[in-house]
Design a protein around this ligand. Structure first.
Ligand code: HEC
Length: 107
């Protein structure tokens, strides 16, 4: 009897899992590095652990998968009250920050 239900249940589980998973899987070490870089440079404005405090700063969890060019441009060149990080945040840090943000982004 249980066999009849096993296959559909597995299929449902697979579908449910894939719709919650982020498009890219990031290396956990890269995500940790991104979290440190974030804590040191971004958290004071963007909120502890990416939790936006409701101030002027953008809620980084809202960044979509295809907004990497926007992310790079805003971080390196700044935007209004957001400082430019060119020369401070290097490419590997940018990758780590992106991995951290995408891993914690809204589904
Ligand atoms: C001094 C405060 C401050 C710090 C520090 C800061 N930000 Fe921001 N950030 C802002 C503000 C304010 C905005 C909203 C800018 C606007 O749209 O007017 C913003 C916006 C952004 C945006 C969205 C810009 C867009 O395209 O609309 C990104 C991405 C971002 N910040 C990333 C970061 C990252 C990554 C760090 C750390 C390296 C960081 N910020 C550090 C204040 C800050």
């Amino acid at each position: 009897m249980t066999r009849v239900f096993a296959a559909p249940a597995l299929l449902c589980a697979t579908i449910a899992f894939s719709s919650f998973a982020v498009a890219e899987d990031f290396d956990p070490d890269l995500v940790k590095k991104g979290a440190r870089t974030y804590d040191n440079n971004c958290a004071q404005c963007h909120g502890d652990k990416l939790v936006n405090s409701g101030g002027a700063a953008f809620d980084l969890k809202r960044l979509r998968d295809d907004e990497r060019p926007r992310f790079n441009n805003s971080v390196l060149n700044g935007k209004n009250a957001m400082p430019a990080w060119h020369g401070i945040i290097k490419d590997p840090d940018l990758d780590a920050l992106w991995a951290y943000i995408r891993t914690n982004a809204y589904p």
